[in-house]
Design a protein around this ligand. Sequence first.
Ligand SMILES: Cc1ncc(COP(=O)(O)O)c(C=O)c1O
Length: 407
Amino acid sequence: MFLANTMTEFILNTNDFESILVNKAQGSWIWDVKGKKYLDCTSGVWCLLIGHNHPKLIKTIKSQIDNLIHTNNRFLSPITLEAAERVLNFIPGNFDKITFLNSGSEAVEFSINLAKKITGRVDVLSLKDSYYGSYGTSKSLSYTSGKESKMKLQYRKCNSEECNCIEDLIPILDELLLAESIQPACFVLEPIMVSGGIHKPCKKYVEEVCNRIKNAGGLIISNEVTTGLGRSGKPFGFQHYNITPDIIVLGKGLGAGYPVSAIITRSELASKIPAEQKYYAQSHQLDPLGSAIANTVVRIIEEDEIIERSQEIISILEEFFGNLRHPSIKEIRQYGMIIGIQIQPYSSKNSSQLILEIKNRLLEEGIMIGLSLGKDLLRLLPPLNMSVEEVDFLKRKLTKVFDNLSP
Ligand SMILES: Cc1ncc(COP(=O)(O)O)c(C=O)c1O
């Protein structure tokens, strides 16, 4: 058995790895190699809407592996056609074209390239705290690129009928579109900016930006890699706004831990460019195994009424987090099953020290929680189908850890 300290001898240090080694998982729980179990409030990397190893998904995976894992990308398989139909039927609006890819980054990158080809333009706009991916254009558009750009639009979180952000911020967009002659290929919206700090931009502002971009001939891409399939309390993040996207990007939850993503659009748009301009080839696009997984995940979400049932858990968590108080907590933001606890300096400790202490204490107590030191944030994105008992466990442990924070 490898021990954690010998493992890191061989693994490139692309991340700060925890000192425990994880071994197996079921539902909302993960076990380490010593047999200790943890409530996984990170859903892996926010991927497990339906929990770990859902029995229906395991059945699908086993039987698909027995049949067909991979084909040459010139050959489609029946399961890919079935998955395409099921995912399209699940999405509100008249979407009728889909392709399956592997990661969220790849699908966002693909969607932007598609928008550029359809519009014959290159300019891409986004909101400044968005995250789109780990490489290429999706990275350069993300807050993680570290580069400011007027194409990364400012926004506010006013979300009230009386807000005046439109009067302040829309002229800046108009200046870009008119005076600076930016010709938008697309506006890529992350409906709730999760990686960038768990921020929901003002509804009126987002709707106005989308109108302006559409009127200027650009497309609206809704990046639903994290918000899609129920994570934000609604089936899709764009449903928090009165907007109609042209392209939708899915990832993470679609594969429940397996790398499958998708981009979805309408034939009326896709047919604006010839087939050769849509050509795209990578080794695992439309693979039967990924398709079977996406198909079953959406089937489980429908059959098990995952989104409907999650509303009760969301309400319980809203009540708990609405009342959770500690001098180290600056603010708690919750959108469906996306929760951020903003930490501030307390006593002799700065936010980073507190975040690491809380994360470590929770780990000792059997809770896995996410964090962002750069954003002073503890992040919880638990599975949508966690039980009331599991929520109680989480509530008890969080209360204990905050109550016992050493000054
Ligand atoms: C909104 C959003 N888009 C894109 C990505 C990139 O997805 P992946 O890590 O699967 O490449 C992420 C990942 O966190 C994300 O949250």
